[in-house]
Every structure is written in C-alpha cells, then in structure tokens.
Ligand binder design. Structure first.
Ligand code: F6P
Length: 362
C-alpha cells in the first residue's frame, strides 16, 4: 500500500479575495494526483496549528467555493519577532506548539497562504524543520519575487469603482475628494486604481509629497476650468517632512494629531489653503471583501495547482510566484527577504506623469 500523504492548509494574516479559490485549486489538484491523501484545514491561520484546531477536508469541502470571498478556514495575525520568532503576548515562542501539531498529525507539508508577514513566519517554520510551500496573497501586491499576488486585481477593481462613483458627486459639487486606499508600505493599489479611475493626484508611500505641490496641482486644474479634483492617497503616504520620522515617531505624531488618518489631514490642509470644500472617502476593508474578480480566480487556481505540483514532487521550502506571465516557484528565503516596493522609475509612474497626474513632488 502506498504511503499516506498528509498536508495541512493555512490561510494567515489579513484576508483577501481568492483564498478559497486557491484552496480549491490545491485540494482538487492534490486529490486528483495523489491516491492516499489526507488534507487538514487549520482554523484561523497559525492559531489552528498552535492549538491543534483543524478540520479534515474531503473533496466535497473544495466544491462551491471558487467565488466565495474571505477564507472558509478563518485567519488571524500572530506576533512576529523580526527574523527570530512567532510569540504569544508574554513573548513565549509558539513555534514548538506548531511543530508538535505538525509531528502529531504526521504531516508531510504545510501549505501556507499569506502576505509579507506570513512569508517571513513560514520561513521560521521551515527553519524549525517543517516542510513548507507558500502562496503569495495580498491586496497590497508587495511580496518580493512575484509580479502579482491574488487579491490585488480584485482590490484594484473595487478601489477604481469607488473613485469612479466619487467622480460624479465631486464634479456636481465642485469639491476636492481625498480617497484613501489601503497600502501601508507600498503604493501599487493606489497607483493602479488612481490611473484606472482618472484620479488627478496620486500620493504613495514611495514618493514623499509636499502639500504645496498638491495644492498647486488643484489650483492649476481650477485655472483650466476644472472645479473638482480627486486625490487618491495610499494610507501609508508620507509628506517630505514626515518621511524622516521613525516608525515610533510617526505613530506618536498620528496619535497627537487631530486628524485620524493622513487623508483627513490632507483635506484640512487643502481647505485651509484654498478655501475649497474637501471631503474624505475611505473604503477601508471593503477593498478586501467580496468575490474575487475573474483574473484572481484564474491566478489563484493556477497558484493552487502549482503548489500541488510542488508537493507531488516533494519540492519544499518554496513560494509559488508569477514571473513574466509564467507560474514558477522561488526559494522561500528569497521571497521572505524583502518587500516589493513600487520602484519610483516604474513605467506606470512615468505614464501617469506623462498624462499630467501629480505625485505631489513637483
Ligand atoms: O496587508 C493587507 C492590508 O489590507 C493592508 O493594506 C492594510 O494596511 C492592512 O492589511 C489592514 O490590516 P487589518 O485588517 O489588520 O486592519
């Protein structure tokens, strides 16, 4: 009798569209390709592996979930000590408990779907002797080594749609609208949605802005008869003066500010400078919700099948990735080593500048 293969699925960190589609891809491909197989679904990300809280997943569990948003397994965030450990609130390592569950279930591999933080944590589990295959998911598109992640295109669609709808009301009232999109560290989502929706000004973490240039761009539009302006701002955008602050100083500055987020501050600065009404719209987690768009369904299915292929071939310690249109895999340590920021000389930034979009830097 052929040896039993045992695989556990984990969805970790912030959710996004396409997680269920990816699990469906993994589950269907594994059940089709491996005769003696058990798949365990860990509840709430690493929490399930820590607590030994899981369900056995049969082929029927992977049916009917292609278009479902979120994750049927649930997710959570864990405290990560950079490059060293995953710990509880008291600072105790949680890796031994995870290894215990791994050994107790006699697992061959963990398939971990996650963003930047999750890839780094997965690398720690690999270093602790567990076999790991990972998939890149996040609406931020900031995972190193892959051209894109699933969740990103769905969020771009939603964010673009939000700004499309804002356009008509902004135009009717001749107002400035500051639309704040997700992206703490990287501006991919804001750049794509900003260009896709015809935003006039795009502010992203990678290009510190000077508010006087933002105001200049709005005034120039007014001089050309455009009474309204749309500013697309990534939540992590920083002014030139704030970019020198440490993480701790930035946190304190936000706490002490009367503006809860960067977009309220920018709107207030615009109103104070030119007296034009400025409103703020923050779609927030709406950007991560609902069904994956068709592109993400296809991508997540491809990634899922590729993860199954790695397991069939016992190629562990790798992240599935998209490079130049091809699904490949790269060493997990490479994927976990850095963040994929938006290069400031990226072709899309040049395109945006060519058509007159301001980045608040000149
Ligand atoms: O990393 C994905 C992301 O949606 C970021 O864009 C955002 O800053 C963050 O997660 C929000 O996290 P939470 O869901 O924990 O509020």
């Amino acid at each position: 009798m052929k040896k039993m293969t045992r695989v556990a699925l984990i969805t970790s960190g912030g959710d996004c569209q396409g997680l269920n589609a990816a699990m469906r891809g993994i589950g269907k491909a594994l059940y089709n390709r491996i005769a003696n197989l058990e798949i365990f679904g860990m509840y709430d990300g690493y929490r399930g592996l820590i607590d030994g809280d899981y369900k056995f997943m049969e082929p029927k569990d992977f049916a009917g979930i292609l278009t479902e948003g979120g994750t049927i397994l649930g997710t959570s965030r864990q405290k990560y000590v950079p490059g060293k450990d995953i710990v509880d609130d008291e600072g105790n390592s949680l890796i031994p408990a995870m290894k215990d569950t791994y050994n107790r279930l006699n697992l061959d591999c963990l398939v971990i779907m996650g963003g930047n933080g999750t890839q780094k944590s997965a690398k720690l589990l690999m270093d602790a002797g567990m076999n790991v295959v990972t998939l890149p998911k996040t609406i931020d598109n900031d995972i190193w080594g892959t051209d894109t992640t699933f969740g990103f295109q769905s969020a771009v669609d939603i964010a673009t749609n939000v700004i499309d709808y804002i356009h008509s009301t902004a135009s009717s009232h001749s107002r400035v609208f500051v639309v704040e999109l997700m992206g703490r560290d990287a501006g991919w989502l804001t750049l794509h949605a900003g260009i896709g929706s015809g935003a006039d000004i795009i502010l992203i973490p990678e290009i510190p802005y000077d508010i006087s240039y933002v105001i200049k761009a709005i005034e120039e539009r007014r001089r050309h008869g455009k009474g309204f302006s749309i500013v697309a701002v990534a939540e992590g955008a920083k002014s030139v003066t704030d970019q020198v602050l440490t993480e701790e100083e930035s946190r304190r500055r936000r706490e002490e500010s009367k503006h809860s987020t960067i977009s309220y501050e920018i709107a207030a600065q615009i109103e104070a400078a030119i007296g034009q009404e400025a409103r703020v719209t923050i779609p927030g987690h709406y950007q991560r919700g609902g069904p994956p768009c068709p592109y993400d369904r296809v991508l997540a299915t491809q990634f899922g099948a590729a993860a199954a292929e790695l397991i069939v071939n016992k190629q562990y310690g790798r992240m599935v990735a998209l490079q130049d249109g091809a699904v490949v895999s790269i060493p997990l340590e490479e994927a976990a080593s850095r963040t994929k920021f938006l290069p400031t000389d990226h072709q899309l930034i040049k395109v945006a500048r060519d058509i007159g979009i301001s980045f608040g830097d000149c």
